[in-house]
Design a protein around this ligand. Sequence first.
Ligand SMILES: NC(=O)c1ccc[n+]([C@@H]2O[C@H](COP(=O)([O-])OP(=O)(O)OC[C@H]3O[C@@H](n4cnc5c(N)ncnc54)[C@H](O)[C@@H]3O)[C@@H](O)[C@H]2O)c1
Length: 360
Amino acid sequence: MLNIAIVGCGWVSDWHVADGVAHLPERFRVLACCDTNPERLDAFAVRYGTERKVSDYDAVLAMPDIDVVVICTPPALHHHMTMAALKAGKHVVCEKPFTASLAQVDEIIAEEARSRGRCMPIFNCRFGNGIARVRHVITCGLAGRHFVSSAETAKRRGPDYYAVAWRGKFATELGGVLLTQAIHTHDLLLWLIGAPAEVSCFKTTRVNPIEVEDCAVATLRMADGSLASITATLGSTRQVTRLRLCFENVTFEREAYDEASAKPGTEPWTILPKTPEIGQAIEARLSEITPQHEWFVRQYELFADALEAGTPFPVTLADARLSIELVTAMFEADETRSVVQLPIQAGHPKYEGWLPQRSA
Ligand SMILES: NC(=O)c1ccc[n+]([C@@H]2O[C@H](COP(=O)([O-])OP(=O)(O)OC[C@H]3O[C@@H](n4cnc5c(N)ncnc54)[C@H](O)[C@@H]3O)[C@@H](O)[C@H]2O)c1
C-alpha cells in the first residue's frame, strides 16, 4: 500500500483521485492533502475523507509515512516541489508541463539518480485502449516506415478560464497552448513516431488578451527523414483533437470532439491497412492485447507495478524531457525565424528556458 499526499487541491487533483487512485484502493491511500487556499483544502479533505490536511508543503515532506507526493500545483512550482520531494526521499508524480526548461528537467534527472525516490511525469492521454492498439501495431513492426503525420489540438478558452490568476502569464503558466493543452497531443505524436531532428514554428496570441501564445503551427522533420505537422489553437468554436499518422503499410486516424477531445487515446481509432493481407496480420497481432483501465487509473496502476518491480515508469523523465525539448525548439524557432536542430543540450540559448525575462 502506497500512502500518497495530493499537493494542490484544484481542478486536476480530482482527476488524480476520483479518476485515478480511488479505483485502486488496495494499492493507494490518500493520507494527506496540501493547499495554500484554505477553502480548497477543506473541501478536498471533506470530499475524499482525507486524514491530514496542511497548508505548508514542507510539512508534507516531513511526514515519514508519506510514500508518494503528487504535485498538482500551477506549472511554475513543479520544478522546486519535485526537487524538494526527491531530496526528502519521496516518490513523485508531477503534472504537466513538467518544468520551465531543459536545465530544470536535467537537474531533476540528476537528483532522482541520487534519491531514494523516483519521479513519474503525468501524461494521462497515453492511457487509452485505442492508442494502445496503434502503438502495438507500430512497435511490432507491422506499420513499416513512417511517412507523414499531423496533430491538431483545437480548444476553446475564454475570459472565465483566464480568471484564474496563474493562467495566461509566462511567470506562472510558463506558456500557453503549447505548454498547457497541446502538450498532450504532441506527447502522443512523438510517442508514436519518435523524436524530431528539426523543428520550425510560428506562434501568436490572437484569441484572448493574455501574455502567452494561444495559436501555433509547427513542422517537424524526424530523425529518419519523415515529417509531421502541428496545429494548436484556443480559439476553436468546436473542440477537437485530431491525429492522422501515415505509415508505409497502414494509416491511423483519430478525431475526438468536444468532451472526448480531452481523451484522444481512447477509442475509436481507425486502423486502415494498405492491403487485406496486412489487415489480417494486424488483426492477429491485436488479438495479443486485451483492454485495460484507461486514463489516470491506468497510469497509476502501471506506476505501482513499476515501483514493485523496479522497472521503468510508463511515462519516464526522458519522455518529459522530450516534451520540454519540443517546446524549447518551438519557442526558439518562432523567436529566431529559424529551423532548430535537436537534441538541445547545455549551452543552447534556450537550454535555461524560453521565458521572456530569462532570454532578455
Ligand atoms: N493532466 C491533465 O490532463 C491536466 C488537466 C488540467 C490541469 N493540469 C495541470 O495541473 C496543474 C494544476 O492545474 P489545475 O487546473 O488543477 O489548477 P488549479 O488552479 O485548479 O489548482 C491548483 C491548486 O494549487 C494550489 N496551490 C498553489 N500554490 C500552492 C502551494 N505553494 N502549495 C500548495 N498548493 C498550492 C492552488 O491553491 C490551487 O488550489 C497545472 O500544471 C495544469 O497544467 C493537467
